[in-house]
Design a protein around this ligand. Structure first.
Ligand code: CP
Ligand code: NVA
Length: 330
């Protein structure tokens, strides 16, 4: 209809809208991921004055590419990094945000996800949601007419892994051929790392105690794409010679804090002895929040090989590129 009013090329031309959902990394594919990393590096570098001084964080990027756009964020679980980085990402791109706690929405008292998706699509230009069951975000995407972005589900955390890939590239390592070791729980973050390995052609060795293996569908897909994905029960052999060592909490949000699990995870702690077996220039990543003294020792979290604060900062830069990709600007 808008096309009839303003004609092709008019600012209201409906055909100009692109709806891209970012539920998993595969939605963007290898080319999309590469474009996002490249854009994030460029935008990050541009936010410095000629003398290298960083811009104030609230200053809008010179091109304000999402001016006038609103991101609605729905949180069904706690968050610090995802909430603040997406909020600041939108501001730096020239847009604005609305943050909603699922429990205080009608969603929290039984309005369906499908109806919520239809209604939010009439108010905001994109939706980011953090929830539990991945089927919920799939339903949101099926009924939304605006892009839907995964801010973590029980199944995956693609927004996090975009920041991790950016951090790895910034450390001077190339993705193809990289050896990444994961220690600990076979969780949502590991799923997205394995997915990234298939798309960007790197190797993942994961050391996970029996009973806590990741969903095999991710490894199957990555192997089918040619990546080497190896499961071991031995932490030291996973870490041996690795370029990147990654871990995460042993108890994810929504999981019961059971003693048996902590005991099973204990041999998989990332500590100085484990790091000593990795490549000499290996870096350590953790999506945070950390449970110091459980999945990683203070000496590793705060040590010279740790890149966890750059990784956290890179959530902001990566999220900007995810937003631009979702809006069809990359
Ligand atoms: N890493 C991450 O997603 O952190 P938050 O739970 O604080 O958003
Ligand atoms: N695996 C963790 C990641 C937190 C950012 C969780 O789901 O709680």
């Amino acid at each position: 209809m808008y096309g009839k009013i303003v004609g092709r090329g008019g600012v209201l031309h409906a055909g100009a809208r692109v709806t891209r959902h970012f539920l998993n990394l595969a939605d963007a594919g290898g080319d999309g991921i590469a474009a996002m990393i490249s854009d994030a590096l460029t935008r990050k570098a541009a936010r410095r004055g000629a003398d290298g001084t960083p811009w104030p964080k609230g200053r809008v990027d010179g091109d304000a590419p999402l001016a006038g756009h609103v991101l609605g964020m729905v949180f069904d679980k706690n968050s610090t990094r995802t909430r603040v980085s997406y909020d600041m990402a939108m501001r730096q791109l020239g847009g604005t945000t609305i943050v909603m706690e699922a429990g205080s929405m009608q969603l929290g008292r039984g309005e369906s996800i499908a109806d919520t998706a239809r209604v939010l699509s009439r108010y905001v230009d994109a939706i980011m949601i953090r929830t539990d069951d991945h089927a919920k975000i799939e339903e949101m995407a099926a009924f939304a007419s605006v892009p839907v972005i995964n801010g973590l589900t029980d199944l995956s955390h693609p927004s996090q892994i975009m920041a991790d890939l950016l951090t790895i590239i910034e450390s001077g390592k190339a993705l193809p051929g990289l050896k990444l070791a994961w220690l600990g729980d076979g969780n949502n973050v590991l799923h997205s790392i394995i997915e990234a390995a298939g798309l960007m052609h790197f190797e993942v060795r994961y050391a996970v105690p029996e009973g806590y293996d990741p969903d095999p569908r991710f490894a199957d897909a990555a192997r089918a794409a040619g990546a080497t994905i190896t499961l071991t029960r031995d932490a030291a052999s996973a870490a041996a010679g690795a370029d990147v060592i990654v871990t995460d909490t042993w108890v994810s949000m929504g999981q019961e804090h059971v003693h048996n699990k902590l005991a099973a995870m204990a041999p998989y702690q990332v500590n100085d002895a484990l790091m000593a077996g990795a490549a000499g220039d290996a870096i350590f990543l953790h999506c945070l929040p950390a449970h110091r003294g459980e999945e990683a020792s203070d000496s590793v979290l705060d040590g010279g090989q740790s890149r966890i604060w750059d990784e956290a900062e890179n959530r902001l830069h990566a999220q900007k590129s995810i937003l631009l990709w979702a809006f069809g600007r990359l």
